[in-house]
Design a protein around this ligand. Structure first.
Ligand SMILES: Nc1ncnc2c1ncn2[C@@H]1O[C@H](COP(=O)(O)OP(=O)(O)OP(=O)(O)O)[C@@H](O)[C@H]1O
Length: 289
């Protein structure tokens, strides 16, 4: 299974939102990371057929998806950013409706709906109205509709937006479980959403793909460059103003601050411990501006 994106471009008037994206996706989970306005939604909307590209093509196993039409949509599952789901539908009713929209046969929908409701942990509330659901439950229902027709390609746009930390973990685990055997693309600017689940990371900025690498390859580039400094509060501005390092997370213990930085060399004059680079550091190193 292969999804190939060739020189994909999109302009809105003078604004070039995608400037020629090239990528080859095979089975696995891809984290599609970039700051607001980078072009993630534009890319996802083109992939899911909601928006027309200005130029370029997408191929699925060598076949142009534009020519595949509804055959491509049938193998695609899409979880949009959270939207107002019909509050008066029950979870089960909503999935029946989505199954009908997708043209699923009644018998198959009847088998799949209980299956996916169980998978996302909503079986017990299958008959409850969506209006009574929490944000996390709604996200789970959106995942359920995306995987209902057993898509080969699963596209998730900001799957944990608006959720609390516990719900985020539950959604991430659910994505890992449902991802098996598929091409899964998760667009987000929340690094922790993809850190543990994605095999590959695509970084996008201003419509350009900066890198397509494994997490390990990306973090290896920062080996020996991430440090934690112990800094008295009054000296924090020295670090932020120095320009020698990128400043990441800051945590406090009493009067001392623990400041995570990326720097070519250990900053002098501070108690300093080397740290193992993570994806957050990678993100900071690309998108600090
Ligand atoms: N309909 C539109 N008309 C004009 N400009 C647009 C339109 N949609 C998006 N843009 C612009 O294209 C660029 C890419 O936007 P896009 O929504 O794809 O980014 P994004 O990475 O998804 O951001 P976010 O995380 O905020 O959703 C931005 O500069 C945005 O302002």
């Amino acid at each position: 299974m292969k999804l190939e994106i060739r020189e994909l471009k999109k302009s809105y008037g003078k604004k070039q939102a995608l400037k020629g994206i090239n990528a080859v996706l095979t089975e696995g989970v891809y984290g599609f990371l970039g700051p607001n306005g980078a072009g993630k939604s534009t890319f996802m909307n083109i992939l899911t057929g909601n928006l027309k590209a200005s130029d370029g093509q997408i191929f699925y196993d060598g076949e142009n998806v534009a020519a595949m039409g509804s055959r491509f949509r049938e193998i695609l599952g899409y979880m949009p950013q959270q939207q107002s789901l019909y509050p008066n539908f029950t979870a089960e009713g909503f999935l029946s409706y989505m199954a009908a929209l997708r043209g699923m046969k009644k018998g198959r929908a009847g088998e799949r709906i209980p299956e996916v409701l169980r998978q996302v942990g909503l079986w017990d509330v299958a008959g409850d109205k969506i209006g009574s659901f929490s944000g996390g439950m709604k996200q789970r229902l959106l995942i359920a509709q995306a995987v209902l027709d057993e898509p080969k390609i699963l596209v998730l746009d900001e799957p944990t937006a608006g959720l609390d930390p516990k719900q985020r973990i539950a959604i991430r685990n659910l994505i890992s479980e449902t991802a098996v055997g598929k091409i899964v693309l998760i667009a987000t600017h929340v690094v922790t959403d993809v850190e543990s689940v994605a095999n590959r990371i695509l970084l996008i900025r201003e419509g350009e793909l900066l890198t397509d690498s494994t997490r390990e390859e990306l973090t290896a580039r920062l080996a020996g460059k991430v440090w934690e400094l112990k800094v008295p509060e009054e000296r924090l501005s020295d670090i932020t103003a120095s320009g020698d390092c990128l400043v990441g997370n800051i945590s406090r213990e009493g009067d001392l601050l623990f400041v995570r930085v990326i720097a070519e060399q250990a900053p002098e004059g501070y108690t300093c411990a080397p740290m193992r680079p993570g994806l957050e550091d990678v993100y900071l190193s690309y998108f600090n501006e």
